[in-house]
Design a binder for this molecule. Sequence first.
Ligand code: BJ8
Length: 383
Amino acid sequence: MEIKKELPAIFEEFAQARRNSFITAKELKDKDIPMVGVFCTYFPNEIANAMGAVVVGLCSTSDETIPEAEKDLPRNLCPLIKSSYGFAKTDKCPFFYFSDLIVGETTCDGKKKMYEYLGEFKPVHVMELPNTQSENALVLWKSEIIKLKEVLEKHFETTITEEQIREAVHIKNEERKALKRLYALPKLVPSPISGMDIYNILYGSTFKFDKKAIPQEIDKIIEKIKAEYEAREDKTRKPRILITGCPLGGVSEKIIRAVEAQGAEVVCFENCNGAKSVEELVDEDAADIYEAIARRYLNIGCSCMSPNPHRLRLLGQLIDEYQVDAVVDVILQACHTYNVETLMIKRFVNQEKGIPYMSIETDYSTADAGQINTRMAAFVEML
Ligand code: BJ8
């Protein structure tokens, strides 16, 4: 009984990490800790962490500032880009406000063009991310990572040593391993934790800046979840859904709740809120640590890569490991790269894995919530 009472409070604590952002950001600034604002999973965190900086995700998740953004940007643009720009322009995001430097990458067209305007509000450095994953691309990406180190050293008037980078690589790997242990819990059937709770912990963990403390905190949660699961009487299997596609930040409630309200469970997130950003580790023993970091990040299976074999590789692995019954592909409106990839993903899921697939195109508004619920009900019913 006691465990049951504790778990929601622990989940809430992680969800709160984002909501307490203003206080956290202010505290970090008061301690003079450098803050680097980023928008993408390709950002090599270890380089900034090595100099003691915190890395904050600036991808905005609310439609609150979209009208302001649309005064400058086209309406027919991905909501994530418009919302992020809007928060920067209106100074409503405390992390943007307190960031000393913004780092972006040349990912999708909308995002990289938006960075050109962000420079009007803050110092911005854009890393040249190749859009293929060839060996030539690796050489370029490694050089961009070394350049990032130099930009940070210059901007913050400091020196980043290889030893500090190796230490940061180790800490980040430990964090990834802990998060992997957590999101692997739904390998149990039925899942011992709801998709919404997994999502909130994964998302909340990005706003917890004592990275060394995260593994211990996560392991405590895992222990409690397992104990509760052991004591659970009803272990009926439910339809198991994997979510892939664009980042879910602005649509998580709408999508995850729609799945779980129909009696199915989200057992895995392949997108940047889950496995895509966590699954692979950096090789800590590599002789060339810059190359090891470059390789790890370049392997990320984002649709801005052409071709994008790593997305299918990870997707296939997760479908098998989590005994997934169906895949839901979430596309943010006007995200052309993920939208074009829906055909490839549908073919892979239906034909190679032999399970149902559904894509949902949506934005940050609640206007389509009813329609999504209806479609989801029909989809889950079919399972
Ligand atoms: S690694 S998914 S975080 S780019 S949804 S802004 S792609 S138009 S967010 Fe992403 Fe990095 Fe890729 Fe992950 Fe463009 Fe699409 Fe919008 Fe997107």
